[in-house]
Ligand binder design. Structure first.
Ligand code: AP5
Ligand code: MG
Length: 224
């Protein structure tokens, strides 16, 4: 008697109903299951950008830094840049609706074949986390892990003041750093609990040698 089940082969098309009304093949399905979408999370100066660079190199992931996107718009002098500058100079967050619309555009710009995206500096509020979850689920994707880089506040201040002297990032001055930290504690830190409830939170000690921190990150990412 012939078996009722068949083994799908790479390149086979899967029935429409298997994947939210879209026909995709086994290779694409496998790709999406393994996709490492990672939220790299932490206070200003915690090392999100630094560790993202290492993750990109090691795992070949894509990267969205909302801060970098905004700074590049400011440099171009676009309307978005002009709006963003007013908030950034005050250490405040850009309104959620604006950030969410930017994020979806950048994400879709990576196409469908990527190995995963590092979200650096996004989400920063609970509505942004909900919007990210929704945006990814509409595309059949999800966040695989949230990595919280935990660094004491005196170290954050030290790092950012040093960077302010070296690279002259406009928001790296004592007054604005203090405001950014207040905003972090009031609007962004509650996301730790939110991601714990999602079962996605991983704590990383972000103080110390770059390579040791990266090893700790890898030991999580390798399990995804
Ligand atoms: P953003 O650009 O994201 O800035 P941030 O969150 O304040 O974080 P930083 O980029 O300053 O720090 P980082 O964690 O990346 O650390 P880094 O690796 O650079 O956002 C800027 C602004 O844009 C926001 O204030 C807001 O106005 C707006 N914005 C952005 N996203 C938004 C959103 N989603 N919604 C609304 N508004 C948004 O490291 C810092 C320094 O420390 C570097 O000099 C580095 O070399 C050094 N360093 C790193 N690791 C170590 C280590 N282990 N030991 C010693 N030094 C280290
Ligand atoms: Mg950064």
């Amino acid at each position: 008697m012939p078996s009722e089940t068949t083994t799908a082969q790479p390149g086979d098309l899967l029935p429409e109903a298997w994947y939210k009304g879209k026909t995709i093949n086994i290779d694409q399905m496998e790709q999406r299951i393994k996709m490492k979408n990672i939220v790299i999370f932490g206070a200003p100066g915690s090392g999100k950008g630094t560790q993202s660079d290492k993750l990109i190199e090691h795992y070949g992931l894509e990267h969205i830094s909302t801060g970098d996107v905004l700074r590049s718009e400011i440099k171009k002098g676009s309307e978005l840049g002009k709006t963003a500058q007013q908030y950034i100079d005050q250490g405040q967050l850009i309104p959620d609706e604006l950030m969410v619309s930017i994020l979806a555009k950048v994400y879709d710009g990576f196409g469908r074949g990527h190995k995963g995206v590092i979200f650096d500096g996004f989400p920063r509020t609970i509505p942004q986390a909900e919007a990210l979850k929704q945006m990814l689920s509409e595309r059949g994707d999800k966040v695989a892990a949230m990595l919280e880089l935990d660094v004491p506040e005196d170290e954050l201040m030290k790092r950012l003041l040093l960077r302010g002297q070296q690279s002259g990032r406009a928001d790296d001055n004592e007054e604005t750093i203090k405001k950014r930290l207040v905003v972090y504690h009031s609007q962004t830190q509650p996301l730790i609990e939110w991601y714990k409830q999602e079962g996605l939170h991983h704590h990383i000690n972000g103080l110390g040698e770059l390579d040791r921190i990266f090893q700790d990150i890898c030991s999580v990412v390798d399990t995804l």
